[in-house]
Write a new protein. Structure first.
Length: 317
């Protein structure tokens, strides 16, 4: 039994049981991967994978346990590697943060600026994607941590820490009648006011969109969804062209920079959302990870992080 065999099993599962794709990911040959897995199974005395002819179709029941053990062993090997990197370069190296566009564009800039000033030799990488992609990158050690909204809390093998909460605003051109009476404070906007209104908002995986859909569905309100985007700047651009009312995160609206638009709070309609930091369960916490989190969310102290990672009570705001 060796680490190469464990890696081959892990990558085969991660690549939907395609040994060709697993071999490409490991920069080796498909026959070599196949041979190593067969030798591993012979050593164990049982099959790890279900097969149909020459094709692998899934994991056997004992194979599920072997795969989980492979993940644990290889994760600890990564931790050992990180320990060495940590002591070789405490104030240099690289930190990879996985983020959604909204976090990268509107929330993180100040924290990144402070962190870069404190650690000028550190290479900071921001990977942008959907919450599902962020979770995968952290899970596979392609990112040290992730920053996104609630979706990260649903990932069982990640530990998440709430940082702050936020709501949505509805935006329209200042000269548009669509939000005029609400912007003037004549009355509070209601879900029924959106009935058949042209709406521009986030794509379904981003920035609390699921809560927006659920609220309209529960109220029986049908909106005219004319455009979806992952980027609040794109939404505001098309709102400015008169295509409809935008629903965006409140952090994405700046009264000074967005002078052509008016914003109306709608968190009473769609609820508040929580931005979270996610870490892989069992990860070795490098100093740079603690430092970045301290800048972004000062309430998350190393002591608190270690306690929750170690299986202590979950932290909430």
């Amino acid at each position: 039994m060796n680490l190469h065999q464990l890696r081959f099993v892990r990558e085969a599962v991660r690549h939907d049981f395609s040994l060709t794709d697993a071999a490409k990911a490991l920069f080796t040959s498909q026959p070599g991967v196949s041979k190593a897995i067969i030798e591993f199974e012979e050593e164990l005395g049982f099959q790890i994978f279900k097969r149909h002819g020459k094709r692998i179709k899934g994991l056997t029941p004992p194979g599920e346990l072997v795969y989980q053990a492979c993940e644990r062993v290889l994760a600890e090997m990564e931790n050992i590697k990180r320990v060495g990197e940590e002591f070789a370069a405490r104030e240099s190296g690289q930190l990879t943060v996985a983020v959604t566009h909204t976090q990268a564009r509107y929330v993180l800039p100040q924290a990144v600026a402070v962190f870069r000033k404190k650690f000028p030799k550190v290479k900071l990488i921001l990977l942008q994607g959907t919450p599902e992609q962020l979770a995968q990158w952290v899970r596979k050690d392609q990112a040290d941590l992730a920053v996104a909204t609630e979706a990260l809390a649903d990932e069982p093998d990640l530990v998440t820490f709430p940082c702050y909460d936020w709501g949505h605003v509805a935006v329209a051109p200042v000269d548009s009648p669509l939000l005029k009476e609400f912007a003037q404070g004549k009355r509070k906007i209601a879900l029924a006011d959106f009935d058949n209104m042209p709406v521009i908002t986030y794509e379904t995986h981003f920035a609390g969109r699921k809560k927006i859909d659920a609220a309209f569905q529960k109220a029986g309100v049908t909106i005219d969804l004319v455009l979806e985007a992952i980027d609040a700047d794109v939404i505001k651009t098309y709102v400015g062209l008169g295509l409809g009312v935008g629903i965006i995160a409140e952090v994405a609206f700046d009264a000074e920079k967005d002078k052509g638009l008016v914003a109306v709070p709608v968190d009473h309609l769609f609820g508040r959302n929580t931005t979270r930091i996610a870490l892989r369960q069992g990860v070795f916490m490098r100093t740079l990870m603690y430092e970045f989190i301290a800048v972004f969310a000062p309430m998350l102290t190393p002591k608190l992080i270690d306690r929750v990672l170690g299986g202590g009570d979950a932290y909430d705001i």
